[in-house]
Ligand binder design. Structure first.
Ligand code: TYD
Length: 137
């Protein structure tokens, strides 16, 4: 699977003069069952997060507040996505290298994940990731 399988998902939005509301239902609005939610916050200016790929995990990333960039790389192509709306989720399929940067001050990055935290599911070394893709030996 490559970055052509990663895309923005337009989440339901209930607009209301009292304030807008967005909801996400497991396996209905996103193509996986949600088993874990985590979020990044208090990210200092200039910081980079991510820098890894997952073997089996699917994720949806939402900018709950502020903005940041997600750079996706499938070993062949690289694409930078700018996230700045809480009603757009970026779906990331397994085996995609990702890096998050360009965090605005006060931004909050929420991640929905298809499985519990498992360190064994990570490629944290880019060469190991390239080897797993069969691009280098
Ligand atoms: P990591 O996934 O490397 O963060 P990011 O991709 O946002 O830069 O995780 C950072 C640390 O937090 C690492 O020690 C693992 C731990 N962690 C958990 O214990 N549970 C989790 O659900 C996540 C995402 C990370």
């Amino acid at each position: 699977m490559g970055i052509q399988n990663c895309h923005f998902i337009d989440l339901p939005r209930i607009q209301d003069p009292r304030g807008n509301l967005t909801f996400i239902e497991s396996e209905r609005h996103i193509p996986f069952e949600i088993k874990r939610v985590y979020y990044l916050y208090d990210v200092p200016g200039g910081a980079e997060r991510g820098g890894h790929a997952h073997k089996n995990l699917s994720q949806l990333i939402v900018a709950m507040s502020g903005s940041f960039d997600v750079v996706l790389d499938d070993g062949h192509h690289r694409h930078r996505f700018h996230l700045n709306r809480s009603y757009y989720g970026l779906y990331i399929c397994p085996m995609i290298w990702r890096q998050l940067d360009n965090f605005s001050s006060g931004s909050v990055c929420m991640v929905l994940a298809s499985n519990y935290y498992e360190e064994d599911d990570y490629y944290r070394d880019y060469r190991e990731y390239q080897k797993a893709l069969g691009l280098i030996r």
